[in-house]
Design a protein around this ligand. Sequence first.
Ligand code: VG1
Ligand code: CO
Length: 559
Amino acid sequence: MSNISVVSTKPYEGQKPGTSGLRKKVKVFTQQNYTENFVQCILDANGAALNGSLLVVGGDGRYYCKEAAELIIRMCAANGVAKLLVGQNGILSTPAVSSLIRNHKALGGIVLTASHNPGGPENDFGIKFNCENGGPAPDAVTNNIYQLSTAIKEYKIVNGLEIDISKIGTNTYDINGKPFVVDVIDSVANYVAHMKEIFDFEKLRDFVSGKTSGKPLKMRIDSLNGVTGSYVREIFLNALGAAENCVVHTIPLPDFGGLHPDPNLTYAKDLVETVAQGDYDIGAAFDGDGDRNMIIGHRAFFVTPSDSLAVIANNLECIPYFKKNGIQGFARSMPTASAVDLVGKKLGKEVFEVPTGWKYFGNLMDAGRLCLCGEESFGTGSNHIREKDGIWAVLAWLSVMQHTGKGIEDILKDHWAIYGRNYFTRYDYEECELDPCNEMIATMEKNITDPSFIGKSYTSGGKTYKVKVADNFSYTDPVDKSLATKQGLRIVFEDGSRIVIRLSGTGSSGATVRLYIDSYEKDNVLGLASEMLKPLIDIALEISQLPKFTGRNAPTVIT
Ligand code: VG1
Ligand code: CO
């Protein structure tokens, strides 16, 4: 059948992908041709490679995911794609998409998610493109998509294409005499098989059931009604034999049941309060699309993501994947505290510091220089895929617990005794007005990059800090030499303590200011982060004049 329609359209402003894809309110995406425009630009950005290609399509199940998946299928049919792998009901976690792209050697994948942003008709939706290595498209590709979006005139679609993505199976269509195949696949099978290759499930199963210790592990795994629900049930209940009450909020809901699917101490409150009562050995939560994780121990002992990365790095030998593939370098995003650097140094491995956003890790992994990396924003992962991976992180932690025979708090205390401790905190000021925030950053950049700023001393709470380095972070990719500038203002003091401030690139409206503070202590490792970092926070607020510019006296979220 010849049924391709060419529909004329006009550009929309602002289709510029941020830290990880385009994120806007559902109401923005559902405007006439808005989603169509952006999808057409993603397809066009692939050029001739699109013809006859295989793509993966799926998302976190939030409101508008299914409609968008069906639309993408009809547009791919009209744009020369040969085959699609689509998660059942349009559902695939972000790590699962990455794994599928690599496993099937696909050209890429279209991921339907706004990640940790709330969902539902009044909230956020998002679309991002992942390339053939399975990772989020690098800046060059997203810039191209954006450029195309400013000049788009038409999109192509096969309107009459009937598809039922609730049924697993292969659907073949004839598009102008060429076959077009849509394989609706089980959302979890490939990912679960992948995890079983990486970890020793037999050992973990005995550990979880208490076969070796005599005591079953008490876990509370909270999917916050995000996409990980089905993955969690398959992995923790069916494969590891945990009891039903070890997992909660495992039904993916279009609005996440009103929960804010961001695994941090503020939004995963129910988990933190429940585990704080003392009945659990480990608590974990994920974000909407399953790439983030939060780990807490007995009585809700909090593991900062920066420490989580370092502890996993220090124990990689207990994960069969690394035994088999070896240990290459480590990496972290610039705002992430440098605990992993110390482990890298001890093991004699390269350690990279990249800008915020998982896309910056991809080249290093592809070049065989990086096997483990993380971000302070609850992102941890390895080169098994090219996205951060929430469930992987929990399985890594279970492996470390099994291997050391210790609880989470003791594992951390042992780690600090060897390496010292990187105290870390992040303050988020959400939904501020954009213009004053831009002005704040511009003013601060000007002040801190003035040569007279170096060597200045600031005193607060009886502590004095002297400025050693201050800049707006820029990064040259060691592999392809691409340059990323203006990645966050950074003040490094002589004792290694840091103040970092940047504007979020994942919000859908207004501006979110992120203020990151970290400080290293060799011996004084058992203090309270909030107290230890108080002087530096005050100094950061003074230098940035944040209260003046944003009108805020307190952050929305403290991590
Ligand atoms: C945030 C985090 C960043 C993370 C990104 C995507 O970006 O800070 O570390 O990679 O979200 O995570 P920003 O620009 O808002 O600070 V996810 O789980 O939302 O895809
Ligand atoms: Co996410």
